[in-house]
Design a protein around this ligand. Structure first.
Ligand SMILES: [Fe+2]
Length: 332
C-alpha cells in the first residue's frame, strides 16, 4: 500500500510526466509520489523496491498524467530520464546486454499497460506475456534478429509498443478463432510483432505523420510490407508463415489493400488476423491527430467498415473484448 505523507509536510515536490517512467529500468534512485489532493501525497514507488509496472500501467489507464518527486531528487531524476530507451538504443557505446535488458523491460512494461487498457483476465495476461517473452527471447539471442528488433525500437516508441500490442491481439483472435495449434499461435504472435518491421526502412515522417500523408509519403508508406519481407527473408529463425504475414498484412478482403490488391480467398488467413489486430490496436491508441477510441468504439468502427476486414474475424474480436468488458472474464 502507498504511504501517505502528513498533509503539513514541508517537503517540496516537483511534477514529472508519468510517461517518463516508460522504458529503461525498474530501478530508481529516488522516491515517487502520487497527488491525491492539493495537500495529500501518496508515496507510490520507493528507491528500495523500484517501479511496479502493473501499478504504473493502472495509473496511466486511470488518466494520471503527472507523478511527483522530491525537489532535491531532481538531479537523480534527470539522470534517470537521460537513460531512456531511445538514448540507450541509439548510443553506439551502450553494451548489447544493456540494450537487451532495456528491451525486455520495455516489453514487460508495455504489456502491463496494454492489459490495463483492455481489461484482460490475469490468466490470459500471464499466458500472453509468457508467449511474447519466449519469442522475444528467441529473437534477441540471435544477433541478426536482435538487430531487427533494435531497429524497430529505435524507430520510435509508438512503433515498438504498437508491435507488441498487435502481437498480443493477434494471438487472442487466433486463439478464439479455434483454428490454430500452439505452434501456429506463436507464429501468428511473431508475425504480429514483426508486421511493421519494414517501417524501420522508411522515414519517421511517413510512419508518424500527424496529418494525412502526401502522395510521396503515401507511396513510401505503401512500400513497408515489401521492405519488411526483404529484411527477414534470409533469416532462418523466422519461418515462412511469419514472412507471409509481414508481406500481406495490408491486403484487404475487398481487394483494395496493398501491395498486391489481393482478394479474400488468396490472402493468407493469419495475415487477415494481424491486419485486424493492427487496425484495432491503432484505433485504441492515442495518436497525435486524435484521442484514443474506447474498445467499444473501435469495434463498432471495424464492424462498420465494409471490405476492409474479414467479417468472421471481426465477430471473433468483438466476442473477446465485448465479453471482457462485462462481468465474466474469459481466459483466451
Ligand atoms: Fe503496416
Amino acid at each position: 500500500m502507498a504511504d501517505q505523507q502528513p498533509s503539513t509536510s514541508p517537503v517540496n515536490y516537483k511534477a514529472v510526466n508519468i510517461t517518463s517512467f516508460r522504458g529503461a529500468t525498474r530501478d530508481i534512485s529516488f522516491d515517487v509520489y502520487l497527488k491525491l489532493s492539493e495537500d495529500n501525497m501518496a508515496h507510490v514507488f520507493s528507491r528500495a523496491t523500484g517501479l511496479d509496472y502493473k501499478r504504473l500501467a493502472q495509473y496511466i489507464q486511470k488518466g494520471v498524467t503527472d507523478l511527483f518527486i522530491r525537489a532535491e531528487d531532481e538531479p537523480a531524476y534527470t539522470v534517470f530520464i537521460s537513460r531512456t530507451a531511445d538514448v540507450v538504443f541509439n548510443d553506439p557505446n551502450t553494451a548489447q546486454e544493456k540494450k537487451v535488458a532495456t528491451l525486455l523491460n520495455m516489453t514487460e512494461q508495455n504489456m502491463a499497460e496494454l492489459f490495463a487498457q483492455v481489461n484482460i483476465s490475469e490468466d490470459t495476461a500471464n499466458k500472453s506475456q509468457k508467449v511474447v517473452k519466449n519469442y522475444v527471447d528467441l529473437m534477441i539471442n540471435n544477433p541478426k534478429t536482435l538487430t531487427i528488433i533494435l531497429k524497430l525500437v529505435s524507430h520510435g516508441e509508438y512503433l515498438y509498443y504498437h508491435s507488441i500490442a498487435v502481437s498480443v491481439f493477434s494471438m487472442f483472435i487466433a486463439k478464439a478463432s479455434g483454428q490454430f495449434n500452439q505452434r501456429m499461435l506463436e507464429l501468428v504472435g511473431m508475425g504480429g510483432f514483426l508486421h511493421d518491421i519494414g517501417c524501420t526502412q522508411i522515414s519517421k515522417e511517413a510512419v508518424c505523420s500527424p496529418n494525412e500523408l502526401s502522395p510521396v509519403l503515401w507511396k513510401e508508406m505503401r512500400s513497408h510490407p515489401k521492405l519488411g519481407l526483404k529484411m527477414i527473408e534470409n533469416t532462418p529463425t523466422i519461418p515462412d508463415e511469419v514472412r507471409y504475414i509481414v508481406y500481406q498484412h495490408h491486403e484487404e478482403p475487398g481487394g483494395h489493400g496493398y501491395p498486391n490488391g489481393l482478394h479474400a480467398p488468396v490472402i493468407y488467413y493469419p495475415a487477415k488476423i494481424v491486419a485486424l489486430a493492427d487496425a484495432f490496436s491503432a484505433l485504441i491508441s492515442k495518436r497525435p491527430f486524435r484521442p484514443a477510441y474506447s474498445v467499444e468504439q473501435a469495434i463498432h468502427i471495424l464492424q462498420s467498415e465494409s471490405g476492409k476486414h474479414d467479417r468472421e474475424l471481426v465477430r471473433v474480436l468483438a466476442s473477446i473484448f465485448l465479453k471482457q468488458q462485462g462481468t465474466s472474464k474469459r481466459a483466451a
